[in-house]
Ligand binder design. Structure first.
Ligand code: PMP
Length: 283
């Protein structure tokens, strides 16, 4: 495996950043998770746009143009001989001192790792996920905005650990108002009374690119959608539920907090949207 770090390639063993990098010391940096299908990065420009928005929000100057970044990602795929891959794109603040002063970090680092996919096992797609609500809430948008895909995912990790403690691979996070936000690394949708619902941006979510594609597909199929605040009650009483994310694509959820959703089996619409989504990735 060859890893791109600021213009050079390193083997996995030799790929490293400074221990003074603020990304390492403080989670001071941003990232994107993308996928390539048959050699083409899915919604590449949209991921780069989100990366640049995260950067602007945290005063981080990305040392490449979006075009240069796009080329670097494509080259990393080529160098690794990968056509279907998960790509992790990271920009750190760079090495500074042990203090918090970001002005002392003069060399932001760009890291691109392309690897074979490690998705949820197939049986999870066939049987659906059983998830629980975490007591850890999603970061409040008044703090660091959840729209910033920052290197500090500790909140999400804490929530995921809570799930693992009770045997759930994924968890639901609420926002500080007690409304449904999203899963630890995925957005959430429900299908109820003929409407496809998902929490709005101001519920404190990361606006996922997969979420956006699903909303586009729903519009094309003439499915009514609604982005409005929802509570766990809405999920408990939904006909279907699924999560969306670049790595997971669409994955059914069949139980939340012990309550079976719909028939306790992956729903028909979920399967149809997943199939339609997969077609989209090959366009
Ligand atoms: N929410 C969070 C917190 C995430 O980390 C991710 C995955 N990056 C998503 C949602 C899904 O976003 P996307 O569809 O752009 O991968």
């Amino acid at each position: 495996m060859q890893i791109y770090i600021s213009g050079q390639y390193f083997s996995k063993e030799n790929a490293a950043v400074s221990v003074f990098d603020h990304g390492f010391l403080y989670g001071d940096g941003i990232f994107e998770g993308m996928r390539a299908y048959s050699g083409k990065v899915f919604r590449h420009r949209e991921h780069l746009q989100r990366l640049w928005e995260s950067a602007r929000s945290i005063f981080l100057q990305i040392p490449l143009t979006p075009e240069e970044m796009e080329n670097a990602v494509n080259e990393t795929l080529r160098v690794n001989g990968l056509k279907d891959a998960y790509i992790r794109l990271i920009v750190t603040r760079g090495a500074g001192t042990l203090g918090l002063d970001a002005d002392l970090c003069k060399n932001p680092q760009v890291i691109i790792i392309a690897d074979k996919l490690s998705l949820y096992p197939r049986e999870f797609y066939e049987k659906g996920l059983e998830i629980v609500t975490a007591s850890t809430t999603r970061t409040n948008p008044g703090m660091l905005s959840p729209q910033v895909k920052s290197l500090n995912y500790l909140n999400n990790i804490m929530a995921k650990i809570e799930g693992h403690l009770v045997g759930s691979v994924e968890v639901l996070l609420l926002n500080s108002k007690g409304e449904v936000a999203e899963a630890s690394g995925d957005n959430i949708f429900i299908w109820k009374r003929g409407v496809l619902h998902t929490p709005p941006s101001d519920a404190g979510i990361l606006e996922g690119i997969t979420r956006r594609v699903v909303l586009e597909i729903a519009a094309e199929l003439g499915i009514k959608t609604k982005e409005a605040a929802m509570t766990r009650h809405d999920i408990y009483t939904a006909d279907e539920c699924f999560l969306t994310g670049s790595a997971a694509e669409l994955i059914p959820v069949v139980k939340l907090d012990g309550r079976p959703i719909g028939g306790g089996k992956p729903g028909t619409l979920t399967k149809k949207l997943l199939a339609r989504f997969q077609e989209e990735t090959l366009k």
